[in-house]
Design a protein around this ligand. Structure first.
Ligand code: SF4
Length: 94
């Protein structure tokens, strides 16, 4: 029989939208934006520097590990793009 009480002491599941409304200052773009933007900016994947920008405000490593595959996370650590490509990639799409 399944123990439905199992896991009651585990940390709460982090929903992918859980931190979407948090806002932070983006040093690349020079204005405030939401975490929702940061987690989707890279073709629906997180910004390559999302850990650096958010580690003080939320459990970013736990969040990334919960919602993205190892392959997706590895792609965040690809060699840095040129500054212009980085900025273009961060611009909101209309
Ligand atoms: S994670 Fe990327 S888009 Fe978000 S604030 Fe940092 S540099 Fe800007």
């Amino acid at each position: 029989m399944e123990d439905r009480g199992a896991g009651r002491d585990r940390p709460p599941v982090l929903m992918i939208e859980q931190f979407d409304e948090l806002e932070g200052y983006c040093r690349t773009l020079g204005h405030y934006l939401s975490f929702r933007y940061c987690r989707r900016v890279n073709q629906d994947l997180p910004c390559p520097v999302i850990r650096d920008c958010w580690f003080e405000r939320l459990p970013i490593d736990q969040f990334l590990e919960r919602h993205y595959s190892p392959e997706q996370l590895a792609s965040l650590q690809s060699p840095a793009q040129g500054k212009l490509n980085t900025i273009l990639g961060l611009l909101p799409r209309s």
